[in-house]
Design a protein around this ligand. Structure first.
Ligand code: 6R9
Length: 567
């Protein structure tokens, strides 16, 4: 018997009014990601199989079976329901990679909430922007991060519940805060899962753009179909695998392939809640017998730096399939991994908006080092002419990467931002915002982004957010932020700043400004370098010429500067 019963039966004891919008979702069958990843797997007889092998930064290990995960996610779902948090409410996850993060994700989906995962490294301002935009109703957090929420809570009237998962009773809780321990709470065995439909919203992932606030890409429960199938056929996950996705669930890779894809397939996965250390990573693979590994080029480049000798000091013989995502995977990294591990990293290309892998080197096809591979079967991808948005027919010509809408995990909207959502579709195609070419065999070759968004270590950082935060510093008159080449992170943030009268450039001031950004936004957004200029280059209409500053950093042709102010 499924835990999802008839719609009418299930909704009767929720306190909310059924909105017209919800009736729109009520098409087709009930499908719930939380149920699919837990109860369904148990019903298939895999309740005793480990679902999560978790390791903390001090080396402690906890293992949870699928059945234990089913109970814990039910317990969390019941807790939210008892708090009278309605289905359809955005609920944020603001935690390190602790087991509570993974189980709250599924618990929220089981009670019909919309899950909004955010990096716990975010500072108060980055957090505020995203909670305010989403109108978030509740937030799961740890006591170490509660201070950041306290700073902004006065301006977030809709944030009703701050759920602290590790409160030890030592310091008093404040208004709207509550303590909840999933392990100590009375276990709930048979939560009646909310009957979400294919089109019911599930996950809200914030992603950065060139201008304006970060945009919330909204996904639906139907995304499961794409995530399930690509986890199976691109990541090549099977019954026997021990899988490790190194991504944090604040990033879409950490949810689509760090939660949904593997668990929907009933696969055991490992999580390491510790910072990057090459030796620590190898030991983790060795200790847990990792077989399938999904990581990012920045990590691979960091591992390359540590050399092959370190690899030889560990027994990595369990590894059998490696994939990469987030940035271009250089041919050099592919060749190095072949020599170091005897295995090739398979590149995969996709986005927060696409929800699942679109273009990749999947098993069974010949991979070409340096290429992103081919569209996943069922996905129709092309490169379009920059002006006409017509697919390029000739091989080797650069155009915009575009995908024909209609795959299950496509985002359904940018939260409260229909205009920007609509602007992403041209001539019947979804435009990714990247450029590539296609060779005569149909392989895609990545060229670069089509906008000013900075990709630092696989994380997209919008220049606008950093520039705005820089302007809040007392010494800053004007600022422009661009990506600068970096051997490990591909790009890092570089800021150009014109100071206010009375301030002089100095190393001390540079450091103060860097720290201002690190605290306000996040370590990723912190400029690694600041260059002080008397004034910033601008167009005649007063727009800062980021393109020009960027070109200088990359040693590229500056191009057309006819609109420059001083010309
Ligand atoms: C999953 C994810 C999406 C942007 C994307 C592109 C870059 C991702 C890539 C890649 C070259 C790859 N990107 N995979 N660039 N080769 N294999 O990364 O989502 O954070 O939304 O970033 O990342 O620029 O448009 P998201």
């Amino acid at each position: 018997m499924s835990n999802i019963g008839s719609y009418e039966e299930r909704v009767k004891d929720f306190s909310w009014e059924i909105s017209e919008k919800e009736l729109e979702y009520k098409k087709g069958d009930v499908i719930n990601i939380g149920e699919y990843c837990t109860d369904r797997v148990c019903k298939m007889g895999k309740g005793d199989k480990p679902a999560l092998i978790w390791q903390g930064h001090s080396g402690e290990v906890k293992t949870y079976t699928f059945d234990r995960m089913r109970v814990l996610t039910d317990t969390i779902a019941q807790y939210l329901k008892d708090k009278k948090i309605n289905p359809g409410a955005p609920i944020c996850l603001f935690m390190d990679k602790i087991p509570e993060l993974y189980f709250s994700f599924l618990g929220i989906l089981k009670m019909g909430g919309i899950c909004q995962p955010l990096f716990s490294a975010f500072g108060a301002e980055s957090l505020f922007t995203r909670l305010e935009d989403a109108g978030t109703k509740a937030i799961f957090t740890q006591k170490k991060h509660v201070g950041k929420i306290r700073k902004i809570i006065a301006d977030l009237p809709h944030l009703e519940h701050i759920i602290v998962v590790d409160h030890d009773g030592r310091k008093p809780l404040r208004e709207r805060e509550c303590a909840f321990s999933m392990e100590k709470a009375e276990a709930v065995e048979d939560f009646e899962i909310y009957p979400t439909y294919a089109e019911t919203p599930s996950v809200l992932h914030y992603t950065s753009g060139t201008t304006g606030k970060p945009k919330g890409a909204l996904h639906v429960h139907y995304s499961l179909i794409s995530q399930y199938i690509t986890a199976k056929y691109v990541l090549d996950l099977t019954e026997e695998d021990i899988y490790w996705c190194t991504a944090d669930p604040g990033w879409v890779t950490g949810t689509s392939y760090g939660i949904i894809g593997p668990w929907a397939n009933g696969v055991t996965q490992c999580v390491l809640d510790a910072g990057f250390r090459a030796a620590g990573w190898y030991k983790f693979i060795e200790d847990h017998g990792v077989t399938a590994w999904y990581s990012a080029p920045t990590a691979i480049r960091s591992l390359m730096r540590e050399g092959k000798e370190l690899v030889q000091q560990h027994n990595l013989s369990t590894l059998r399939h490696l994939c990469s995502v987030g940035e271009p995977l250089n041919a050099e990294a592919v060749l190095w991994s072949t020599e170091a591990y005897g295995l090739t990293f398979h590149d995969t290309f996709w986005q927060t908006e696409t929800g699942s892998i679109m273009i990749s080197n999947y098993p069974g096809m010949k991979s070409k080092p340096g290429s992103m591979g081919k569209p996943f079967p069922g996905i129709s991808a092309a490169v379009l002419d920059l002006e006409t948005y017509e697919p390029k027919q000739e091989a080797g010509v650069v155009g915009l990467i575009a995908i024909k809408p209609g795959w299950p995990s496509m985002f359904r909207e940018y939260w409260n931002n229909e205009e920007v959502y609509n602007s992403k579709f041209k001539n019947g195609w979804y435009i990714c915002g990247d450029r590539a070419s296609i060779d005569e065999d149909g392989y895609f070759w990545f060229v670069g982004r089509d906008d000013d968004v900075i990709n630092t270590g696989g994380h997209l950082v919008g220049p606008f957010e950093i520039e705005s935060a820089l302007l809040e510093h007392e010494a800053v008159a004007e600022s422009a932020v661009v990506g600068k080449p970096d051997p490990v992170n591909m790009e890092v943030v570089k800021a150009f700043i014109a100071l206010k009268p009375g301030y002089e450039p100095s190393a001390g001031l540079e450091l103060k400004i860097m720290n201002h950004i690190r605290k306000k936004l996040s370590p990723l957004a912190m400029p690694q370098e600041i260059e002080f200029l008397d004034k910033l280059p601008k167009t005649r209409s007063g727009k800062i010429m980021r393109r020009l500053l960027r070109a200088k950093e990359w040693g590229e042709e500056i191009g057309d500067t006819s609109t420059l102010e001083d010309e």
